[in-house]
Write a protein that binds this ligand. Structure first.
Ligand SMILES: [Cu+2]
Length: 146
């Protein structure tokens, strides 16, 4: 009886662990038929994921100017999340675009946080605020992945 319950518990843990590792290791290298980047890979290996997700901090201009506090960001290939704080009185969001990737975060008001997560490869991407007119006004930057 005891043993059965314990096994069930282990089973749950294994599922949780697999769920975690799942997202991190998308670059399993030369396994042949990789196609779409967003294919859900089910990896059986437990243990710490290789490429940890990266978080890049960004902030909208607190004074209400249509710009971010950084005009360039760098990251390594893999999963990247841009987290943008919005300390201004205008609504803003952050979007990552380039090389077939286009991910927009939520548009948030004062005190809000907009997040955009993308799986990126080496190359240049842009990030910008998708709110009407903001990008054109200069609310944009370059994300370099290398
Ligand atoms: Cu904006």
């Amino acid at each position: 009886m005891r043993k059965l319950a314990f096994t069930a518990l282990l089973c749950c843990l294994a599922i949780v662990a697999a769920g975690c590792g799942d997202d991190n290791n998308s670059d399993s290298g030369s396994s042949g038929g990789g196609q779409a980047a967003d294919t859900q890979t089910t990896e059986s290996g437990g243990g710490g994921g290789g490429g940890a997700a990266q978080t890049l901090k960004l902030s909208a201009d607190p004074g209400g100017a249509l710009k971010f506090d950084k005009s360039s960001l760098t990251a390594k290939p893999g999963k990247v999340t841009i987290v943008m704080d919005n300390p201004s009185d205008l609504p803003h969001a952050v979007e990552i675009e380039g090389n077939g990737v286009e991910v927009a975060g939520e548009t948030v008001g004062n005190g809000g946080v907009s997040k955009a997560t993308a799986d990126v490869k080496a190359g240049k991407y842009e990030y910008y605020c998708p709110v009407d007119g903001h990008k054109a006004a200069g609310m944009e930057g370059t994300l370099t992945v290398q």
